[in-house]
Ligand binder design. Structure first.
Ligand SMILES: Nc1ncnc2c1ncn2[C@@H]1O[C@H](COP(=O)(O)OP(=O)(O)O)[C@@H](O)[C@H]1O
Ligand SMILES: O=P(O)(O)OC[C@H]1O[C@](O)(COP(=O)(O)O)[C@@H](O)[C@@H]1O
Length: 314
């Protein structure tokens, strides 16, 4: 089973407009509500594609009630920990060509007891046998930036592999704890290594720096340029061209879900990258934070670059 932990979940409201105009009153052409936050999206994509998963998250306040309703509607297996504050609502504004502008709230402040309850829920679920523990997203207020360091240790103690997908100080701290997998995008990777990355070759070098520091392997999402996998033994690059982008929100989460889904059925890492890209690109063809079904994934034609073109600009 794959357990995801989303310490800072969000109810994602996606609003479609014809053109986003700063400072103007505009009418939405469409809108939708999805249960969001990175781990929840990973679990949703895993579940809909038949991989056993459970999502652990805090819930509280009016948005927490909406979240519980949305999660019940899709029958996602969850461990929801009640907190006093309200979880957040994040807003995405999408234009017809798929351009997405996102405003993410900070999230509630969690007390020490609430953090302990969240970790206890992880331990309880881990007791049922885990293959992967996935820690995802930003941290709510009151959580130590080293939160994911503890999570990596807990996962390894439970005999699971650990994947982390976060940003800023929590991601930097997690990387030093030797997770088995990380999934930064190119900007997050630049932040991690502290230098600009202009080409695929630069990205490979940055991943190798992290692997030398103890990270197991790295899947880097590169938007329309696809994704790159770097392990101690191999480098692989895959991409897919899509003609009808609708929303990029959650595409990175679907990419990570596709990678873990494929590894779980026994695929090699490079074969799993192909599936990962199919999941990610399929997610971009769907509205809001919708996750792809097997039928959506099957429609995507993935190109694997062999050999990897290290000179390709980002
Ligand atoms: N415009 C696009 N065309 C085709 N595939 C895309 C596009 N944008 C994203 N993807 C796919 O979705 C994955 C995740 O998207 P990306 O925006 O890089 O992640 P994140 O949301 O983490 O920043 C990419 O690795 C790629 O496979
Ligand atoms: O925890 P963070 O970094 O604020 O991100 C939360 C957001 O990320 C998502 O999981 C995916 O969105 P992005 O594509 O913007 O990364 C959303 O569901 C959620 O609103």
């Amino acid at each position: 089973m794959i357990l995801t932990l989303t310490p800072n979940p969000s109810v994602d409201r996606t609003i479609a407009v014809t053109t986003l105009q700063r400072g103007a009153v505009q009418r939405a052409t469409d809108s939708r509500l999805d249960p969001g936050g990175k781990g929840i999206n990973v679990s949703r994509a895993l579940a809909v594609n038949g991989t056993d998963t459970i999502a652990v998250l805090p819930v509280g306040g009016p948005q927490g009630q909406i979240m519980q309703t949305l999660l019940r509607e899709i029958a996602l297996p969850v461990e929801a920990v009640e907190i006093a504050g309200s979880i957040r609502a994040n807003v995405g504004i999408v234009e017809p060509d798929g351009t997405t502008t996102k405003v993410n709230e900070l999230g509630p402040a969690l007390s020490e007891d609430e953090v302990a309850a969240l970790l206890a829920a992880v331990d309880r679920a881990a007791g049922r046998g885990l293959t992967w523990l996935v820690g995802c997203g930003s941290l709510p207020q009151g959580l130590d930036p080293a939160f994911y360091v503890d999570l990596v240790r807990r996962g390894h103690e439970a005999g699971a592999k650990v994947a982390i997908d976060s940003s800023g100080p929590p991601m930097a701290a997690a990387v030093a704890a030797s997770p088995d997998l990380i999934k930064p995008n190119d900007e997050e990777l630049e932040e991690l290594v502290g230098r600009p990355l202009a080409t695929v070759g630069d990205v490979v070098d940055a991943c190798r720096t992290l692997i030398a520091g103890g990270v197991g392997s790295v899947v880097v999402s590169l938007g329309s340029k696809g994704a790159l996998l770097v392990t101690p033994d191999e480098v692989a690059h895959a991409a897919a061209t899509i003609t009808n982008p609708l929303s990029t929100v959650g595409a990175g989460d679907s990419l990570l879900a596709g990678y873990l889904h494929a590894l779980s059925r026994g695929d090699t890492p490079s074969a799993a990258l192909r599936t990962a890209v199919a999941f990610g690109s399929a997610a971009v063809c769907l509205p809001g934070t919708e996750v792809p079904t097997p039928e959506d994934v099957a429609r995507i034609d993935v190109r694997v670059s062999d050999p990897v073109d290290l000179t390709l600009s980002l």
